[in-house]
Design a protein around this ligand. Structure first.
Ligand SMILES: [Fe+2]
Ligand SMILES: [Fe+2]
Length: 253
């Protein structure tokens, strides 16, 4: 990858040594993305921590504890990228908000399992872009993170399978959680028309539009939600989001 050219901008491999000589916009976008992960991975780990004791048995408690440990590891891993650039991570992250993904509360074990199966999966879709991006340390950190995210997604899928094995009652819990978490997974890709995404693509940090990423994600999850989980959801993203909105209003009323 060292001799590769990245993005429309056509820049070469970026390392900590030549990071500061890059275009200001590239530096800002890259640092912004690192900062988002420094902040969000820690918030995520804190939120997941409560799920360890919610797990139904020691085996699941152990897998959940490992997941929490890895999420703190992601926070530290991205923090180290800032250390390598001699930046004070507290300063860089001072006014960074965490990803809105974590604004919806994880209240039950079912929530946690469906979150991992659907929302961590959405995160993995983003990391698939990052592992091909120009800044080498970010690429490498994201590859390690992606491998662990795949593990989290697998854990969520196993957890959902266990819930579905409980029959009707389990399917009902999973179904409610799908309607709660799939909108969160979809919104994590950002707005369909996004100037920032365009600039990420220009610099080779991402290779698809938010809408394209969302569509690939939705098609993938809809396939197993309808076929393997036996839960019916609309064919189109817009159809799903409309129905999810109506459901929320009905529940609120
Ligand atoms: Fe993570
Ligand atoms: Fe994760």
């Amino acid at each position: 990858m060292q001799n590769q050219i990245f993005g429309e901008a056509g820049i070469g491999n970026v390392t900590p040594d030549n990071f500061r000589t890059q275009d200001k916009e590239f530096q800002e976008l890259q640092l912004n993305l690192i900062a988002i992960h420094v902040v969000s991975e820690e918030v995520g780990a804190d939120k997941f921590e409560e799920s360890i004791l919610r797990a139904p048995d020691p085996n699941n408690k152990m897998r959940m504890a490992k997941t929490v440990m890895e999420e703190y590891g992601h926070h530290i891993r991205y923090r180290e990228l800032l250390d390598d650039l001699d930046l004070d991570w507290n300063e860089v992250c001072a006014d960074k908000a965490h990803l809105t993904t974590f604004d919806t509360s994880i209240d039950t074990w079912t929530d946690q399992m469906v979150f991992l199966a659907l929302v961590d999966r959405a995160a993995a879709h983003q990391f698939r872009h990052f592992i091909k991006s120009p800044y080498q340390p970010f690429r490498e950190a994201s590859q390690k993170t992606l491998n662990e995210e795949y593990g989290h997604v697998g854990f969520g899928m196993d957890g959902v399978k266990d819930l579905l094995a409980r029959g009707k009652e389990g399917r009902k819990l999973v179904e409610q959680a799908v309607w709660k978490w799939l909108p969160v997974g979809l919104s994590s890709f950002g707005a369909d028309e996004s100037h920032t995404n365009e600039r990420y693509r220009y610099w080779g940090i991402k290779t698809q539009s938010n809408r394209e990423m969302k569509q690939i994600y939705y098609d993938q999850v809809r396939a197993f939600i309808t076929k393997d989980w036996g839960i019916d959801i609309p064919e189109s993203i817009d159809g799903f989001l409309d129905a999810a909105g109506t459901r929320r209003e009905t529940v609120a009323a």
